[in-house]
Design a protein around this ligand. Structure first.
Ligand code: ZN
Length: 240
């Protein structure tokens, strides 16, 4: 069983299309998405449509929950720019996209994996950003493989340690239990501005991290046209 894992698309359709092209070329058996399809970016409806058409499993993220106004997450918990982008996204979100996001949960189990948008401790808000955070997440779960998104930083942490996973990094899944974060499709924050995805081969016991170039300038132009906060567009260039 080969699986493509994507996360944190954030309305960046150019990034998502570039990743899906690479995923199609790899021809996995399944595609899993760890949430945050919308928020920050200029094409929320198109991203929801593309993910709903392609993903076999999809989680909901904190940005998705704020945008659809689902009780457990309030917009007051967002910083100024994220809140402004969430309000804009609410104003343009189509019924189909709202319905799709409304039917999703922030955690799931599938095959050998436990999946969380954020972390096992709090599937919606908690950030796994350190090796200690990874150990904590592994201690709270039992599956051989734990997948999280939310931080926008590609990570590979085992019970022996680990850290940031760069383009081309591979992981021996048979060596122990792992926490993996594929990184972000639409708003990377680990210093590599390319769109991120993760390829799992559960039979071969192998995981491989990928980054894909996309038309960053075109997404930034769409964000300017939508009058989204300029810092959100600027950070796409640096991936920070
Ligand atoms: Zn996110």
């Amino acid at each position: 069983m080969r699986i493509a894992v994507i996360s944190d698309i954030h309305g960046n359709l150019h990034a998502l299309e570039a990743v899906l092209q690479a995923v199609d070329a790899a021809a996995p058996d399944e595609v899993w998405c760890l949430g945050d399809l919308v928020g920050y970016g200029p094409r929320p409806n198109e991203c929801c449509a593309a993910v709903s058409a392609r993903a076999d499993l999809c989680l909901v993220g904190n940005h998705d929950l704020v945008v659809i106004g689902r009780g457990e997450v309030g917009i007051e918990e967002f910083n100024h720019d994220a809140a402004a982008a969430a309000r804009w996204t609410r104003s343009v979100l189509a019924d189909e996209a709202r319905e799709y996001l409304s039917g999703l949960e922030p955690s799931a189990k599938r095959l050998d994996a436990e999946l969380f948008h954020a972390s096992p401790r709090d599937p919606v808000w908690d950030y796994v950003l350190s090796v200690e955070g990874g150990f904590d997440a592994l201690a709270l779960t039992e599956a051989p493989l734990v997948l999280v998104g939310h931080s926008h930083i590609a990570l590979a942490i085992s019970e022996q340690g680990g850290g940031i996973a760069r383009h081309g990094a591979s992981v021996d899944l048979a060596a122990g239990r792992w926490l993996l974060n594929p990184g972000s499709v639409g708003q990377p924050r680990d210093g590599d501005p390319r769109a991120a995805w993760l390829e799992l081969d559960l039979d071969a016991g192998d995981a491989r991290f990928h980054r894909v170039e996309y038309a960053i300038g075109e997404t930034q132009a769409q964000m300017r046209a939508a009058a989204l906060p300029p810092p959100l567009a600027a950070r796409l260039s640096s991936g920070l």
